[in-house]
Design a protein around this ligand. Sequence first.
Ligand code: SF4
Ligand code: FES
Length: 246
Amino acid sequence: MTTPSPPASPPTFLLDGQPVPFTPGQTVMQAAYAAGRYIAHLCWHPDFSAHGSCKLCTVQANGRLATGCTLAAAEGMEVHTQTPELQDKRRTLLQLLFVEGNHFCPSCEKSGNCQLQATAYEAGMLTPHFDHFFPARPVDASHPEVLLDFNRCILCELCVRASRDVDGKHVFALSGRGTQSHLIVNSPTGRLADTDFAASDRAADICPVGVILKKRVGFAVPIGQRRYDAQPASAVDVASPARDNA
Ligand code: SF4
Ligand code: FES
């Protein structure tokens, strides 16, 4: 009679010194997330494929820099997320995002519920440091239920992916090149009202910043009870995997 062999344990890598199991094919971000470990991110969402644009998830893996959302996990890999160099780069990336748009948090309805703002707080970003671009993109208030303020867009394409892949509608797209890249609405007029977009769409709840906002519910959550008032971005993210705005 043969003795049954014990179940094989999954391969692991080290995330800031702690082992994280993974399934071959998973990225470092996916495995970390499944294990309840946080790596800063803005354009990654557990329900969608990696986008790789924000670079907030940059880690040091076996001595080299790579984006955790696109890096395949490998047995024994040593991944660091909190070195002084990475923290510094993360703050710089956040500063760049803040000056590219008009992120005037004191007047933004998303303040306190904004992943960009919460990530910047947690990273210790204190000033914008760079000159502001001050984009002047008209607000689209044409839709009866939803308002768009394009000046806060960080080009993560989560709305593009949600509308295309979940809602099957292709309401949003990016247009332009380089610093002129910007979000557009796919309708002959460019207005949201002239699409089949609905407030119940997945795309309506996925924006990590204050671009896609529902009308008539603004500022309804008292200060102190907003998503990031009591807990930092990392704790909220690990506690509520689908951190959409619904
Ligand atoms: S509108 Fe929001 S979800 Fe869409 S690309 Fe801009 S920041 Fe991302
Ligand atoms: S989360 Fe990896 S690049 Fe944005």
